[in-house]
Design a protein around this ligand. Sequence first.
Ligand SMILES: [Zn+2]
Length: 183
Amino acid sequence: MNGITWLLPLALLATYGFCAKDLAATDTCTDVPVIQAAWKQLPKERRFPCDAEHLVVIRNLALFLKDHPNIAADGYLRERAVHAFAFCLTPKWPIYINLDTHPVFENSFAQSPWIALVVAGVLVHESVHANGDARESSALLEEYRTAKAYQTQGRLPESFDVMGLEKQYREALAKETTVAAKQ
Ligand SMILES: [Zn+2]
């Protein structure tokens, strides 16, 4: 398939902008098997609706940034959008998942279905922020607990570094405590 044939209509959609333009840049929860599988595995207390108000999958970062000038114009948010696999504009939904820069999650899902559980942990992390808690320690603690539970159930391979998440949590907590003490 000739890539340019496809890119041209997408670029035109973005330029002339009507309601279909979001379809060119993003998918929703149900369109991507690994994301849908992750969403289905969310712990009961961290579930959220599978719709565009809660979860947006970025397929084309350039078009996405064109559609979201508020993110494109903000240096910090733009960096997050470009480099992070997942982010949200705390304390707001939706959670954005960037598959354009991070295709590995989608590409390895067929061979390693447990990848969906890693993504579920990431969704749990971001849902803490989306619900209003900006602290990295709170989000990492929930992500760690989720991954730990999956590993204890034997669903996440032992090779997945759950303790690395725990370490990140402790480091974030120590940093936040230091900052709080200085204020
Ligand atoms: Zn976070």
